[in-house]
Every structure is written in C-alpha cells, then in structure tokens.
Ligand binder design. Structure first.
Ligand code: DMJ
Length: 631
C-alpha cells in the first residue's frame, strides 16, 4: 500500500521524499505510455495525404463495399463517406463513377486512334520537336561562358589562288569533287555520320557509337571553309548549333572523336572565329575526360558519353590501350587548356607522356599495346602504320605547335625515329625504301597505306633534327613518297592498296585479297603535299593529279564517292562508304597541293592527324601548368 500523497508541505520530510519519488515515477510512466501511443498512431495509421489519389474516383469505388447504412465507420483511417445515406443513393453514385471511368477510357482510346492515324513522318516530327526542346534545355545548362583568350596569330587564311591557269583548273576540279561529296551527303545522309553513296543513305561504324553525330559535317567544315564553300559551311554550322548533342547514351572511340570532332571543331573555330565551335569542342572534351579514370591514367579506347564508363577494344592484346590512340590527344588537349584556361586537359596528356618516358622500350621501340590497369606493355609489336602511326606524328607536332619550345617532345621524337630507322626501315632488292613492322623479334616486310604518312612526317621534322640531319630526313621523306607512289602505280586503277609487301620477289604490291582495297585514304597524298611544300618538285603535283583522276574515275558514283574493293581489278566493286576523312583530309591535301604556299603556311599552322589545321601557340607569357616549356 502506498502512503497517502502529501501534496503540500510535510512535517515528515522522509515520507515526503518517498511520496515525491513514487509520484514522479507514476507520472513518468503515464507520460511515456502516452508518447508511445502517439508514436504508434503516427507511424501505423495510414497517411491521409495518400488518399488524395482516390479523389479521381477510386475512393468512391470503395464506398459500395462498405455497409454504411449501419452508420459511418473509420476503417484503418479511411473515413467512409455517406454515413446515413441509403443504398439507392450509392447505386446512383456507383453508376456515375462507372460512366466517368468509361468516358475516360473512351477518350484515351480516341486519342490513341488519332495518334495512329498520323503518318510516321508526323510522329517522328513530334518526337523531334520534343527532343529539340530537351536539347535546348541542356544547351542552356551546358554553355558556361568561357574566359576571353587572346587569339593566336592567325596568318594565311586566304584564298591561296594560284596564278597558273592550269593549276587553277586542277584546283577547281578538286573543289568540284568536294561539292559532289558534300551535296550528296547533304541530300542522302544529312546528320548521319557518313554516307553510303550507292544505297544513298546514312552510314556509321562503331567508332562513332550508335548515334547520329554528323561526323562528316564536323570533319568537312574546315575544308569547306578553305575552299571558299561558305554557304555549305554555314549549313554545317547551323546543323552543329542546333543538333550536335553529346549527352547521348553512346559508346565512342576516344581517339576518333578527338581527332575528327574536337580537331574539326577547333579548326573551324580558329578559321571562322565562330564561338559555337569552341563551345561544342569544350563540351565534348568534358565528355571524354572520364575515359582517363584508369589506375594508370592511360585512357580507355572507348567511353560512353553519357555514363562515362570506359573500356578497351576486345581485339587488343591483353586488354591493352593502343599507342596511336592514347598518344594522339596532345595537340587538341593543349588547345583546349589554352582556350578554357583549365589545365585539366593539358595535365592529362602530360601525364601520359611522363609515364611513357619512364618505361623501358625494347630496342628503343614503343610497342603498340599498353595495359591501362597494370601500366605494362602488351605484345611487342611496333608499327609506324596502324596502331602506332600518329603517336610519333604528335611528338613532332607537339614541338612544332609549341613554337619549338616543347623540347622534351622533340627529344622523344628524335629518339623514337632513330630506333625506327635502325630496326624498321629497309631497302628492297629493287631499291625501294620501306618501313616494315616489328613483330615479336622479327621484321615483317610489309608496309601499310597508313604508314605512307611518314614520308611527310620525316620531311616536316627535318628542320631541327638532331645532329643537323635535315638533308637526310628530307631524303628519307622523298624515298617513302616514291615507294608509296609505286604502290599506286603498280595497280590497275592507279590507286594504292591497303598494304603491300617487299618479300619473295614482290615489291610494293598487295598479295592477300583482303589487303587490296582502297577506302579513299589520304596518307599518300598527304606525303605528296608536304614534299611539295618543302621541295617544290613538280613531280609531287603530277602524282597528286594522277591520284585525283583515278579517284574521280573509279571511286566517283552519282551518289558521292565510294571506296573500291580491289585496286588490281579492272572491274572493281564498291564498298559503298564515303568516309568522313575523304572530305577532311584527302580532298583538303589535294586542294592545298594545288594552292599557293601562303594558304595556311607551315610555320604558323600544324595539321592534326585528321588534317585539321591548328595554329602554333606562342605561349611565352601563358602558363599551362607543369611544363617549363610553357612557362
Ligand atoms: C584518319 O582518320 C587519320 O588520318 C588517322 O590518323 C588514321 N587514318 C585515317 C585515314 O586513313
């Protein structure tokens, strides 16, 4: 039994304390029970806000299931309407709701039927409008203003019109070919990556991912500009402004997107001064950056533009990245840092260079494969053609583009070329100089069409070469040009095969059937152009003209230009692809070959590996973080 409560002052202090304690205890007990109850009610009773959904009718549909004639009930929090209403009233209510639901369904059906009546084109147009809205929104979000940067000295953006009428005529012919390629792409492949000139529809390959990124438009822009095809240039610009969108769920080649898109956009920006190209280039570069998130900083070959997930080609040795891919980013990335003031791009490519510098090289040669997880070389294959080529080109061009300040790049180039000359360059029995490929300790006496660019590279690097061997390298360039011309001249169509051998009595001729194709590639013409600029030997213009005529005769079809499957066959079949590099490179180099040298002089412009001209940067007063050459 509890002692009586003493709520007033007590003369029994001990008792008073005991009573107070018990009193507090009871009060506390009541209070905690009350709080528990409140919490229970709060968490376990249904949320009345959710019942709003039932306002559309479902709520009322519930009503007939409850016998409300016996008075209103609160069932699990649903306060059932209609307390005291009779059954008749509810039937009416039920009927009304059924009608409402029926009417809603019919309306939806009608709308669906209307949609189906629309033509495919109308539906597509509606989808496109919606898409455009989203693109515009994204555009607003993406286009952060870039800092104003003083433009480098842009010398030699002129017509380059030759005085000689014969040369002018040839140049006009090349311009006409460009127009034919562009007009047909415009008509049949607009917005697609490339054109199928025979099927007359769009074409794409996995390097561009699965979306329509208008690769031909971006790749062709600067050629159009140089040729004075300004209406076409403006059409391209408009398409890029309105449609080129990089927030797409598409897995692209980092290298191809860099050389064709970023290179193409940057060149278009420098030539025309139109900001849209710079903005697009920077947006796209941002999408490539996640590819560098590997344990070594050597980027993946491919990246998904939306998710940023990267991976390597399944065919590459031991999950490796490819030398010619991760080694062909420098020029564009240095320009990106220059134009944005953000060193992130510059740091990425310098990191790759530092890593390569530290590595052992078998016989001083760079293998084509490097694993981005382990930082170790894959198979010991070395090539100046496919898989290796533009890595060497970019070492030389990094030096040229830095106004010859980046001496580290020049040294790496000189070292690499010395090893290449020693181990890969040979003379055939018939006296043709060729560049073979190194495969697991032996030299394969085969040269690719791609390797033919090296003639131009040797000539371009002659000035400034170690031990003043300028004459030697110019001569080497001339010999490669000669060999590659032979590879064209020894075919039926006077167009070069993809690869040719110097073995077993065969010289500069393709042996395997699957190496006899010509896909409108530029490398041989590129070398003719460089050799022309450095020597002015008329044979280079003559060889360039032979190639122009052969392309026009055998690759031209009414819907554009196509590659051919066998250059040794007098009745060739077409591959039905008009490659974007045909407009970016092949026709540009041909046009420049028949133009005056003051159009894009080589002292002021450096052409990226897709023939997009970028100006030399005189960075004496600009800091691009890290490299003393740039301080
Ligand atoms: C072009 O995309 C570039 O020149 C690249 O460096 C290699 N090959 C193609 C054209 O053949």
């Amino acid at each position: 039994r509890l002692p009586p409560l003493n709520l007033g002052t007590s003369s029994f202090p001990h008792h008073r304390a005991t009573l107070r304690l018990s009193e507090k205890f009871i009060l506390l007990l009541i209070l905690s029970a009350f709080i528990t109850l409140c919490f229970g009610a709060f968490f376990f009773l249904p949320d009345s806000s959710k019942h709003k959904r039932f306002d559309l009718g479902l709520e009322d549909v519930l009503i007939p299931h409850v016998d409300t004639s016996k008075g209103g009930k609160n069932l699990g929090g649903f306060l059932i309407h209609g307390q005291g209403h009779d059954e008749h009233r509810h039937r009416e209510e039920e009927e009304r709701l059924r009608n409402k639901i029926r009417a809603d369904h019919e309306k939806a059906l009608e709308e669906a039927k209307e949609k189906l009546k629309k033509s495919r084109d109308e539906i597509q147009a509606e989808i496109q409008t919606e898409k455009n809205k989203v693109v515009q929104e994204l555009k607003k979000k993406d286009s952060k203003p870039l800092p104003p940067v003083p433009l480098p000295n842009l010398i030699g953006i002129n017509s380059g019109e030759p005085a000689d009428p014969d040369i002018r005529e040839k140049r006009n012919k090349i311009k006409e070919m460009m127009k034919h390629a562009w007009d047909n792409y415009r008509q049949y492949g607009w917005g697609h990556n490339e054109l199928k000139p025979i099927a007359r529809k769009g074409h794409s390959t996995n390097i561009f991912g699965n979306s329509q990124m208008g690769a031909t438009i971006v790749d062709a822009l600067d050629t159009l500009y140089i040729m004075g095809l300004h209406d076409e240039f403006r059409e391209g610009q408009e398409w890029i402004d309105k449609n080129l969108d990089f927030s797409v769920n598409s897995e692209v080649s980092v290298f191809e997107v860099n050389i064709r898109f970023i290179g193409g956009l940057l060149a278009a920006y420098y030539l025309s001064g139109q900001e849209v190209f710079k903005i697009k280039a920077v947006q796209l570069a941002g999408k490539l950056l996640p590819a560098f998130n590997t344990p070594t900083g050597i980027p993946w070959a491919m990246v998904n533009l939306k998710s940023g997930v990267g991976r390597n080609w399944g065919w590459a040795s031991a999950g490796s990245s490819i030398l010619a891919e991760f080694g062909t980013l420098h020029m564009e990335f240095v320009h990106l840092s220059y134009l944005t003031g953000d060193p992130v791009y510059y740091n990425k490519v310098m990191h790759i260079r530092k890593l390569l510098q530290k590595m052992d090289r078998p016989n001083g040669l760079y293998p084509n494969y490097l694993n981005p997880r382990t930082g170790r070389w894959g198979q010991h294959h070395t090539s100046v053609g496919g898989l290796g080529d533009s890595f060497y080109e970019y070492l030389l061009k990094a030096w040229l583009m830095s106004d010859k300040m980046d001496t580290e790049a020049r040294k790496m180039y000189d070292d690499a070329i010395e090893a290449i000359e020693k181990h890969l360059i040979r003379k055939s029995n018939g006296g043709l100089t060729f560049i073979g490929e190194w495969k697991n300790g032996h030299l394969e006496r085969k040269m690719g069409h791609l390797t033919c660019f090296a003639g131009g590279m040797f000539a371009l690097g002659a000035d400034g070469s170690r031990d003043d061997k300028a004459g030697h390298y110019l001569q080497l360039g001339a010999e490669i040009a000669h060999t590659c011309h032979e590879s064209y001249d020894r075919t039926t169509l006077k167009l070069g095969p993809e690869a040719f051998k110097f073995d077993g009595g065969v010289e500069a001729v393709a042996v395997r059937q699957n190496e006899k194709y010509y896909i409108l590639r530029p490398e041989v013409i590129e070398t003719y152009w460089y050799m022309w600029r450095f020597t002015h030997d008329p044979k280079y213009r003559q060889w360039g003209w032979e190639a122009t005529q052969a392309i026009d005769k055998y690759c031209r079809v009414s819907g554009g230009f196509s590659g051919v499957k066998d250059v040794y066959s007098s009745s060739p079949t077409y591959d039905d692809v008009q490659q974007s590099f045909f407009l970016a490179e092949t026709l540009k180099y041909l046009y420049l070959l028949f133009s005056n040298d003051d159009l894009l002089p080589l002292d002021n412009w450096v052409f990226n590996t897709e023939a997009h001209p970028l100006p030399v940067l005189h960075l004496a007063n600009t800091t691009l973080s890290g490299n003393p050459a740039y301080r």
